[in-house]
Design a binder for this molecule. Structure first.
Ligand code: SAM
Length: 309
């Protein structure tokens, strides 16, 4: 595997979920192109008149999509929270399937220059879209201690968030934290107990990455747009990698499948809005073989729904 490669997770399950065989000349959206693992399999199944819209916020991922050299592909540099305007600008019409494979790709994680990892030293960046927004270093330099604690606690589910935030603020008094190695060392010194097999900086790095890229807000904004974009019987497939993301996906799909109004409002069942989605099957997780071959897959969950109205 080259340094720029990404092993797709739940590849066949996710692409099967899009039911391309039923609409081989349809329009499909890969909202997280990465290095195109899922997109390539979509293209194998797509007919000559089919269309694939390949979105990513990372310019390197979009550059990779442009190398596909396939008339059916439209690569787009955008956030998936801009799904509706992106599809409108492309005059894409209704979509037959939308796939989200959330989180970061291996090329992002493994390239020290992107600043996502604590294993090798690099600039403390962590932006998926390197063309805009504040880096992790910039945010850590100006954030209040309480904000840092909240981010690390909420998005990293880190019980030492308070100590880590305090240590970061103490460290930056002697100069900005600019490198991943510096941050990892500050965190390691602040965390008293170790989780077996886990670097003490794992949770803090995850939290900062989610915050810097507004990952949960992006997801909450994108899911309703994906449903709006789908035609009736179109499919929504979402792969998530941690419980915070999965909770948003699960709650959204259930809410669309069984609309409800706040309790104690005098509303009759027949006056409720009709369901917009039907949940397809149970959540799917990678088997032991996939996890053994690709440890990044271990926390993945695929949820699928079909538009019904
Ligand atoms: C797990 S990787 C996708 C890998 C891809 N399925 C493959 O097989 O190569 C996630 C990708 O989604 C992109 N991404 C994450 N959040 C995004 C967002 N809000 N808008 C657009 N792209 C996003 C990341 O830049 C990354 O390239």
């Amino acid at each position: 595997m080259t340094a720029d490669a990404h092993v797709p997770v739940l590849l066949h399950q996710a692409v099967d979920a899009l039911a391309i065989d039923a609409r081989p000349d349809g329009t499909f959206v890969d909202a997280t192109f990465g290095r195109g693992g899922h997109s390539r399999l979509i293209l194998e199944r797509l007919g000559p008149a089919g269309r694939l819209i390949a979105i990513d916020r990372d310019p390197d991922a979009v550059a990779s999509a442009r190398t596909l050299d396939d008339m059916r592909v439209s690569p787009v540099h955008a956030r998936f929270s801009e799904l509706q305007s992106t599809l409108a600008a492309l005059r894409a019409g209704e979509a037959d399937g939308v796939l989200f494979d959330l989180g970061v790709s291996s090329p992002q994680l493994d390239d020290p220059r992107r600043g996502f990892g604590f294993r090798s030293d690099g600039p403390l960046d962590m932006r998926m879209d390197t063309s805009r927004g504040a880096s992790a270093a910039e945010w850590l330099q100006r954030a209040q201690e309480a904000e840092i604690r909240e981010v690390i606690s909420n998005y990293g589910e880190e019980r030492f968030a308070k100590q880590i935030a305090k240590a970061i603020v103490a460290a930056r008094r002697s100069g900005p934290l600019r490198r991943t190695g510096e941050l990892a060392a500050v965190v390691a010194a602040a965390v008293r107990t170790r989780e077996p097999g886990q670097n003490p900086a794992t949770r803090t790095f995850q939290a900062l990455r989610i915050h810097v890229n507004q990952e949960l807000e992006e997801l909450s904004l994108a899911l309703p747009q994906a449903v709006a974009a789908l035609r009736r019987s179109g499919r929504l497939a979402v792969i998530s990698f941690h419980s915070l993301e999965d909770r948003i996906v699960k709650t959204f799909m259930r809410g669309q499948a069984r609309p409800s109004l706040p309790e104690r409002l005098p509303v009759r069942a027949r006056d409720l809005p009709p369901p917009r989605l039907r949940i397809v099957g149970s959540p799917q997780r990678p088997g032991p073989e996939e996890i053994a071959a690709n440890p990044r897959a271990r926390s993945a969950v695929l949820r699928v729904a079909e538009k019904v109205a």
